[in-house]
Ligand binder design. Sequence first.
Ligand SMILES: [Zn+2]
Length: 139
Amino acid sequence: MSGRFIEITGRVKAAMEEEAERARPRECCGLLSGKDRVITDFHPLRNEAAEPETRYFASPEDLFAAMQRIREAGQALLGIYHSHPRTPAYPSLSDVEMAFYPEAIYFIISLEPRTHLRAFRIEGSRIEDVRISLISDER
Ligand SMILES: [Zn+2]
């Protein structure tokens, strides 16, 4: 899977941003899925990190259930998102260390100074920007 852009519906983008706002001051996290490299579905997961204001660790139970939902829908895991309530939308050191899915695209929603969504591919210690292309919800 290559490419420096990812397509995502406006509804999923709005859902991620709402979730980030709701979780504040903690980070939220979750999975994004779809078909043919188009993200159409959003799966929020509980953040069970010991320091949820600056880190995320998805509940293994939630993760398992979400992966099952994705499989049953005949979709693929395309993205992993989390929020940065107080820091820019760029992967932190721990984000890079915890990026176990090189084929997934990592979305980060920053809330300060304003809501801002960015996407990255993280392979080892290499961080590459991925352009987000917004598409209509009728998929
Ligand atoms: Zn982070």
